[in-house]
Design a binder for this molecule. Structure first.
Ligand SMILES: Nc1ncnc2c1ncn2[C@@H]1O[C@H](COP(=O)(O)OP(=O)(O)OP(=O)(O)O)[C@@H](O)[C@H]1O
Length: 630
């Protein structure tokens, strides 16, 4: 209580902008802050009259206001707390400030160094620690941090420097015991929840942000670890970064690390000003009828308790009104105007950062190399990953091998259906096998969204990395299984075309699966949509019903049926030249299937065009279709 009795004026502007930086940084553990490897200049964040409304998810016809006229600022060198009872709008405000909102209507102003931030600026220069962990389960803690450092630290920084930064983070975040432990997932246990939280904080720190947002950074941590973690975060603020964290029930030590506090009650500001004595005095004045702070009582808990109590009694609006009339508000408004006016008076570095054009630090090729280095090499060693991609092809090849043995060598009339059927199955199976590529997109979405928001890579880089990874396996699969089937069945014509069609159909399956996965909000929808589309293609491929027999009003679908080109090309290969024997009603095999005179290499080219188009669709869907609603 001693610091509450210093005689400083309360409710007034005096000391309003004074950070409480004189507090002891670390009384716990070995975490005494970070070295200059993490130095980055912060910048002020100013928000004025922010109003945020969303469609009420209880009643879609109604709009609900989650933030009302919220104004304030975050300063470089300070750590600010967003506090308030559960549901008061803390995470909403944090998302609004960090530009992470994807739904709702936003009014008012949010400015970084007086300027409206671009999406690229937010991706490049702000860090965000999510409440939920979005990590790569196949990497170890150290690999996860190195992976992020490789993508977000400048490419020219040496490996030793990146390793030193990661080592330092592992040390200060007390992650040494799990440095080489796999992160794991809900289904395969790896590191603990508290360790995952600290890895998430490490990820945000390793990127050297200018402004760092943290959503409930201490939830799930024991009080000792929470204190340690927040001490590290505070050291960043002391080095000049702007830090803002939502915090629910901080320990007294943690609470005292904060320089400034914004307390929300039902989306309204109930207090915005320095943390500490000014806040305590303010609430004591506001709530004279409530029990005051007792000796030794946690100040943060006392403030949250009394405002929650007032909220439950239906007096949230009174707090909002009292703050609106306070000198604190007047002082805040003056400071906000001053900060907004600084837009035209910035140093070169800040100006350049604000105008940044590239959304990532590293170029396409470097990010691609990093994704392949960390993700693909792990996947290629994982039976869980390889199994679904190889097993079906192996099983079906063996069935075809034993069932259709030497079928291709016999061009007698009663065998032609067998040949046509096995070629039809040969192009259908990769299309059905596409289902195994869907989870790679749908289940990984939260991680992809987080990493994209963090500016680690661009959508095209992610998609190309995924494609390269899948095509590597598809290439080997296609070479092995095409060889088994082509020679065992004694199929005729060009082996190169037979293999190319198979490889291309596998590739089309991959991009098609990515496209449908990117469009689908969840696995259920993707699992229903993909087979529906694939089965529709079977009908029009030319085998189940001859092209000539397709009613005119359905013919258009046959023209855009990728399987028709794949199967047609294989048929033309098999029955080329003198092998195009007369079959039924004096018509040759190819004429009967309306494939007479087609150019099999040309049709292969058309299939390649479909692959390209689906790739383009997958890219657009990944880039523009947003499933995250926050
Ligand atoms: N679309 C919506 N329709 C109705 N209510 C919504 C909608 N979106 C958010 N809310 C409500 O808005 C309020 C603010 O949510 P927010 O997550 O910002 O609260 P919070 O203060 O961070 O809470 P906590 O401390 O529990 O995380 C909550 O009561 C939430 O239920």
């Amino acid at each position: 209580m001693a610091d509450l009795e210093s005689g400083q004026p309360v409710n007034g502007p005096a000391g309003y902008l004074e950070p409480l930086g004189s507090k002891p940084l670390s009384k716990v553990g070995s975490a005494t802050g970070l070295s200059k490897a993490f130095l980055s200049a912060g910048m002020p964040v100013t928000f004025k009259d922010v109003q945020y409304t969303v469609i009420n998810n209880q009643n879609k016809k109604e709009k609900i206001s989650l933030l009302q006229n919220v104004s304030g600022f975050l300063l470089p060198g300070e750590m600010s707390a967003l506090m308030g009872p559960s549901g008061s709008g803390k995470s909403t405000l944090l998302d609004v400030l960090s530009g992470r909102k994807t739904v709702g209507e936003l009014q008012g102003q949010v400015a970084f160094a007086g300027n409206k931030p671009t999406r690229n600026f937010l991706r490049r220069f702000t860090g965000y620690v999510e409440q939920f962990d979005t990590l790569l389960g196949t990497l170890t803690v150290e690999e996860m941090l190195m992976y992020t450092a490789d993508l977000k630290r400048p490419m020219h920084q040496s490996r030793q420097d990146k390793q030193a930064a990661v080592d330092e983070l592992i040390d200060v975040l007390a992650l040494e015991p799990c440095r080489s432990v796999l992160i794991g997932s809900a289904m395969s246990k790896g590191i603990s929840g508290g360790q995952a939280k600290r890895v998430n904080i490490g990820i945000a720190l390793v990127t050297n942000p200018r402004v760092l947002f943290l959503d409930e950074p201490t939830s799930g941590l024991d009080s000792y670890t929470a204190n340690e973690v927040m001490t590290v975060v505070k050291s960043l603020a002391t080095m000049g970064i702007t830090v803002c964290a939502t915090i629910h029930s901080p320990t007294p030590y943690c609470f005292n690390l904060f320089d400034r506090m914004l307390l929300l009650l039902r989306g309204q500001v109930a207090y915005f000003g320095p943390n500490g004595k000014m806040a305590i005095e303010y609430f004591r004045d506001q709530c004279p009828h409530l029990e005051g702070l007792k000796d030794g009582e946690n100040e943060a808990e006392w403030i949250v308790d009394l405002t929650t109590q007032a909220d439950r009694q239906g007096r949230a609006a009174d707090f909002g009104a009292a703050y609106a009339k306070s000198e604190l508000k007047t002082a805040a408004e003056a400071e906000i105007e001053r900060q907004l006016a600084m837009a035209s008076d910035l140093d070169e570095a800040t100006r350049a950062d604000l105008a940044v054009k590239r959304e990532t630090v590293t170029p396409f090729w470097w990010a691609l190399r990093t994704l392949l280095k960390y993700r693909t090499t792990k996947n290629y060693k994982s039976p869980d990953y390889l199994g679904p991609r190889i097993a079906d092809k192996l099983i079906f090849s063996l069935i075809i091998f034993t069932l259709f043995w030497k079928v291709g060598n016999d061009l007698s009339g009663n065998n032609i259906t067998n040949i046509s059927a096995v070629l039809f199955m040969w192009v259908c199976l990769p299309a059905f096998g596409a289902a195994s590529y869907v989870p790679a997109i749908v289940l990984e979405r939260p991680l992809f969204v987080r990493e994209r928001n963090d500016g680690l890579y661009r959508v095209i880089t992610y998609l190309v990395a995924k494609m390269v990874e899948e095509l590597g396996i598809a290439l080997i699969n296609s070479i092995i299984f095409s060889n088994i089937v082509f020679w065992a069945l004694q199929l005729q014509g060009s082996f190169a075309l037979f293999w190319l069609i198979y490889f291309l159909t596998l590739s089309t399956g991959i991009v098609l699966a990515y496209f449908i996965a990117a469009l689908s909000p969840n696995m259920d929808v993707a699992n229903a949509a993909l087979p529906t589309y694939v089965v529709s293609l079977l009908f029009f491929s030319g085998f189940l019903i001859r092209f000539d027999a397709i009613p005119n009003y359905w013919k258009w679908y046959a023209y855009i049926d990728v399987l028709r080109y794949a199967w047609g090309s294989l048929m033309a290969n098999q029955f080329a030249g003198e092998r195009n024997v007369v079959w039924v009603d004096n018509e040759s095999v190819l004429d009967l299937y309306s494939l007479g005179g087609i150019n099999m290499w040309g049709w292969l080219g058309i299939e390649a065009c479909f692959t390209t188009v689906f790739f383009l669709f997958a890219f657009l869907a990944l880039k523009y279709v947003r499933h995250e609603k926050r």
